[in-house]
Design a protein around this ligand. Structure first.
Ligand code: NAD
Ligand code: ZN
Ligand code: ZN
Length: 362
């Protein structure tokens, strides 16, 4: 099958023919219909985050079940599904408490050492990264990392549910716990940040300030529910947010992964506010915070992973909100492309000009 293979960090994606195994145990073979270009995959393709080439990335996957392993109970051939990089065992203390995103045995959804690899090239293993490996015609995914959804949700919109939406909306609703009447700032309005705006709107935030360097993104944020917007390239962002809110926001979300914008997020909080950090930093990235200001002003810094989501509960929930017309997913989709165009599409994402680009031709 055709797949976008990363052969070296920083070397881009090579479109190649590789082999995919038949499903074992609880694995599901998915005929991939849409695969979103999250910024995280660009980080993983350029830097060593513990996943080594040759590898197939891609973790915003939607498609149709083509075959199931002998122990699969939850899915049948023909089901429409969404995949997620959240790996969970279903049996540890965290999973049993419903916090599957904190699973203590996430490797349970991968093949064990000694089993044949899911992906290979001329007999050599190719890493099926994150257990999803969605930048390919087909994907072999453990049933815990899959969710069945209503076939009425189009595949491109469904793919974004797998990361951008659960991460962004989940950050506001679950990880930060924004509540009705809160003031919110979102720094970085890409595929994830726009979903933070949606989450804040859903729970009734009073003000939602969108912050980005691109005016097109600020305009888009308005459609998603931002009530105010600030171009970060024009003047002092922190001073502007403080001025708009009369002293700072209850919640600031950093959705880029830069030291400067993390420090801005903490600085723009009002007393007692929470800065939620979503953006991924280069390995070893750090930031500074004045310790006495933090304690005197009772600020909280909140590390957010996948919006603290429970994918089996949250993906169908967001899908139903979309079908009811209460959650915009369609305006996230900037364009649908062919697998062959993945390198140029990632170059455009890097420039900050597009929200989500989705591969729909393989
Ligand atoms: P994206 O590239 O689509 O969006 C980033 C946005 O930030 C762009 O709109 C860009 O214009 C804007 N931006 C860049 N520099 C800025 C600045 N100085 N001030 C204001 N705006 C600026 O990326 P995305 O796919 O939305 O992902 C966002 C981040 O979230 C990435 O780092 C990604 O890896 C990370 N992520 C984290 C998790 C998690 O679980 N924590 C999950 C998914 C994605
Ligand atoms: Zn992602
Ligand atoms: Zn577990």
């Amino acid at each position: 099958m055709r797949a976008a293979v990363v052969n070296a960090f920083g070397g881009g994606f090579d479109i190649e023919d590789i082999d995919i195994a038949d499903p074992l145990g609880r694995e599901v073979l998915v005929d991939v219909k849409a695969s979103g270009l999250c910024h995280s995959d660009l980080h993983f393709a350029q830097n060593d985050f513990g996943m080594a080439p040759p590898m197939v990335l891609g973790h915003e996957v939607s498609g149709v079940v083509a075959a199931i392993g002998p122990d699969v109970t939850e899915f049948a051939v023909g089901d429409h599904v969404v995949g997620s990089l959240v790996q969970f065992c279903g049996a540890c203390d965290e999973c049993l408490s419903g916090r599957t995103v904190r699973c203590l045995r996430p490797e349970a959804t991968l093949r064990a050492a000694g089993e044949p690899p899911r992906l290979s090239r001329r007999g050599e293993p190719v890493l099926a990264a994150m257990g999803t490996a969605g930048f390919a015609e087909r994907a072999l995914i453990h049933e815990n990392q899959l969710v069945r959804i209503d076939p009425a949700v189009p595949f491109p919109e469904a793919s974004v549910l797998g990361c951008g939406t659960i991460t962004g909306a989940g950050a506001a609703i679950h990880a930060a716990g924004v509540t009705a009447g809160d003031t919110v700032a979102v720094i970085g309005l890409g595929g994830v940040g726009l979903n933070v705006v949606s989450g804040a709107r859903l729970v009734g935030a009073a003000r939602i300030i969108g912050i980005d360097l691109n005016d097109e993104k600020l305009e888009l944020a308005r459609a998603f529910g931002a009530t105010d917007w600030v171009n970060a390239g024009e003047g002092d962002v922190v001073a502007r947010v403080r001025e708009l809110t009369g002293g700072g926001v209850d919640h600031a979300f950093e959705v880029i992964g830069r030291r400067q914008t993390v420090e801005q997020a903490i600085a723009m909080l009002r007393v007692g506010g929470t800065a939620s950090l979503i953006g991924i930093h280069p390995a070893g990235g750090t930031f500074e915070v004045d310790a006495n200001t933090l304690l005197r002003e009772q600020k909280k810094v909140n590390g957010v992973y996948m919006g603290s989501s429970n994918i089996k509960r949250d993906i169908p929930f967001y899908a139903s909100l979309f079908l009811q017309g209460r959650l915009d997913l369609s305006d996230l989709i900037a364009s649908e492309i062919a697998l062959d165009d993945i390198n140029s599409a990632y170059a455009a994402l890097h420039s900050g000009k597009t929200a989500r680009t989705v591969i729909t031709r393989f």
